[in-house]
Design a protein around this ligand. Structure first.
Ligand SMILES: Nc1ncnc2c1ncn2[C@@H]1O[C@H](COP(=O)(O)OP(=O)(O)OP(=O)(O)O)[C@@H](O)[C@H]1O
Length: 310
C-alpha cells in the first residue's frame, strides 16, 4: 500500500504558483497552554471554556479535534483563524503570534459562508485576486478555473450559490480556500450539512487537494469515522467548562485510505472503539447514553458506511 508523503517531507516541498514565484508550504500551528474565558451568557461572572490546551500541528499535518458540544472546539479554531484570541497562553503560526485573520489561514465553515451575491466563479476569483494582487487578470482567471475544476466544478462557475446544492456550495468553499494557497486550513465541521453520499466524494477531493497543496489542516468534527479517514492525529477534548485536550491519538493507518479498506482494518476498529469509549466516558448524560448503540447514533458512521453502501 502506498504511503502518503510524510508531513515533514511535504513541508520542505516548494510549490510554484501561477505567478511563477516560489511559495514554501510552511504552516506550523502551535497552541501553548491556551485558555479562553468568556463573559457568562447569564450576564454574571465569566466562564472558562477551555484551559491549558496545548497542541503542536506540524507543517502539512492533518489534525482533527473531537469532543462533545460546547467544549470549545470552534472557539479554538476561531483563535487559530485569528477571529478571536486566547485569554492566556500562546497561539502561533510558524512561531509568530497570531494577531488576526489572514490569507495564510483560510477557514471553511459548516454553513459554507459564500458571498450570495457573487457567482461560484466570482467567489473564488475575488479571493484569488486578494491573495495575489500582483497577478495579471488572465492568471487570476486561469488559477480560479483550475481550482474550480480540481473540485469538479468546471461547469457551474456561472451559477449563484442559491442555485447550488449543499455539496456543490461546499466544493466552492474548498476550492476558494485551497486556491488562495494558505499555509493552514481550518475546517469547522465542513461536511455536517452535506448528505452522506456526497460527503464521501467531497472528502476524497479534500484529501486529494490537501495532498497536492501541502497545507496544514485543523478540522473540527463530530464524526469519528471522518476523523479517522482523514487525519494524521486526533485530539480528544474533555467537556467544558474548563475543557482540556485529554489525549492526542496517532492514526497509524497507511494512506491512501479508502472506506472499503478501513472497515476491514483491525487498527481502524480498535481506534474507533477507543474514541467512542472516550466520548461515552465523557458524556454529560452517562446514564442515558452509556452504551455503544447510542454513541454510534451521536457519532454517525456515515463517512464510512454511506460510501460503502452506495
Ligand atoms: N462570544 C461568546 N461569548 C460567550 N460565550 C461564548 C462565545 N462563543 C462561544 N461561547 C461559549 O463557549 C462554549 C464553547 O463554544 P464552541 O462553539 O466553541 O463549542 P463547540 O465545542 O464547538 O460546540 P459544538 O460542537 O456544539 O459546535 C459554549 O458554551 C458557548 O456558549
Amino acid at each position: 500500500m502506498q504511503l502518503k508523503t510524510p508531513p515533514e517531507e511535504k513541508a520542505n516541498e516548494v510549490r510554484v504558483n501561477d505567478s511563477g514565484s516560489d511559495q514554501s508550504s510552511q504552516g506550523q500551528l502551535s497552541v501553548r497552554s491556551a485558555s479562553k474565558v468568556f463573559p457568562s451568557l447569564t450576564g454574571e461572572g465569566e466562564v472558562c471554556v477551555f484551559e491549558d490546551v496545548s497542541i503542536e500541528i506540524a507543517n502539512g499535518e492533518f489534525v482533527s479535534i473531537i469532543g462533545h458540544s460546547g467544549c470549545g472546539k470552534s472557539t479554538l479554531l476561531n483563535i487559530l483563524a485569528g477571529f478571536d484570541s486566547a485569554t492566556t497562553g500562546e497561539v502561533l503560526v510558524d512561531n509568530k503570534p497570531i494577531k488576526g485573520p489572514g490569507l495564510d489561514r483560510m477557514v471553511v465553515f459548516q454553513s459554507f459562508a459564500l458571498m450570495p451575491w457573487l457567482s461560484a466563479f466570482e467567489n473564488v476569483r475575488v479571493a484569488v485576486q486578494s491573495a495575489f494582487p500582483s497577478w495579471s487578470k488572465a492568471n487570476v482567471i486561469a488559477h480560479t478555473n483550475r481550482y474550480l475544476q480540481l473540485m469538479g466544478l468546471g461547469d457551474i462557475g456561472k451559477k449563484m450559490p442559491a442555485h447550488l446544492s449543499g455539496g456543490m456550495r461546499q466544493r466552492v468553499g474548498l476550492a476558494r480556500a485551497f486556491a488562495v494557497q494558505p499555509k493552514a486550513l481550518m475546517l469547522d465541521e465542513p461536511f455536517a450539512q452535506i448528505d452522506a453520499l456526497t460527503r464521501g466524494s467531497i472528502q476524497d477531493e479534500l484529501v486529494r487537494m490537501w495532498d497536492k497543496a501541502g497545507a496544514t489542516v485543523c478540522m473540527v468534527t463530530h464524526d469519528v469515522d471522518e476523523a479517522i479517514l482523514l487525519s494524521d492525529r486526533i485530539a480528544l477534548m474533555t467537556n467544558g467548562p474548563n475543557a482540556r485536550i485529554a489525549e492526542i491519538i496517532d492514526v497509524d493507518i497507511p494512506r491512501p485510505r479508502t472506506r472499503e479498506l478501513l472497515i476491514e482494518s483491525d487498527d481502524y476498529m480498535k481506534l474507533r472503539a477507543r474514541i467512542l469509549r472516550f466520548l461515552i466516558d465523557h458524556n454529560r448524560r452517562p446514564t442515558a447514553l452509556d452504551d455503544t448503540a447510542h454513541a454510534m447514533e451521536a457519532y454517525p458512521t456515515s463517512a464510512i458506511q454511506g460510501h460503502v453502501d452506495s
